[in-house]
Design a protein around this ligand. Sequence first.
Ligand code: SAM
Length: 278
Amino acid sequence: MLGPAVIRELAQQLDLRPTKSLGQNFLHDANTIRRIVRTAGLREDDVVLEVGPGLGSLTLGLLPAVARVTAVEIDPRLAALLPATVGTRAPDLADRLTVVQADALRIGELPGPPPTALVANLPYNVAVPVLLHLLELLPTLDRALILVQAEVAERLAAAPGSGAYGIPSVKAAWYGEVRRAGSVGRRVFWPEPNVDSGLVSLTRRPPPEGDRVATFAVVDAAFAPRRKSLRSGLARWAGSPAAAEQRLRAAGIEPSMRGEQLSVTDFARLAATDPVEP
Ligand code: SAM
């Protein structure tokens, strides 16, 4: 694993000035890395997808625990350096690693065997879209353990009715059971971010019955005007307040409720109701 001095040395070697826009905060604390690997509940035969391996701290923690790691890194300098870092520090495990230089938001097919688990210290500004994109793209991913901004961790794992519950909570719940899996302070990163972080675990389960795209569309519509009743908040989506009321009642949902109160299965049921003719 890479301690603070090595992280700086590698960054210097690349003349790398970590950028906020790419969420470049590198882990340099061995205990945190061991904790992430342990919490991920990995099996020896797992194929791990790591998004944003950076200088390789977490990658080096993952490689001894699993069969393969596919690491997707957007920064070409970091992607190019990683095989050499692993080759030097864990030569026996180097053949378990595949590095792909790409934007995780745009990847389609990945080389090698399909990944079974996502484990990543995600770039904070794109954490939610990356998570949702990968869960949709890769049905073989049956678990995820991600490190994200504390506020995002709270939102992802929030239950209906709670203050933090919103679009990320409902969409993540489409794919699986989401839980907070611990807090992480700022001092384990270089450079130190100005927010705290949190671990989130997701265990895949079958999605609710219904169409995902239609369900996500009604979720987006329901949360756009926060704190409005669904009857008025969904008027545009349904065509009119009366049409919204009709569809809500058809789904067994009280029209005076707010989006924050509905579970993902409620949203799926609502999306499946017949459109009302104007
Ligand atoms: N895993 C490393 C660690 O824990 O030290 C680095 C984590 S750092 C928070 C995020 C990493 O994601 C950076 O290496 C950054 O270059 C990379 N990254 C940012 N946006 C990305 C994207 N859209 N696709 C893939 N990698 C991305």
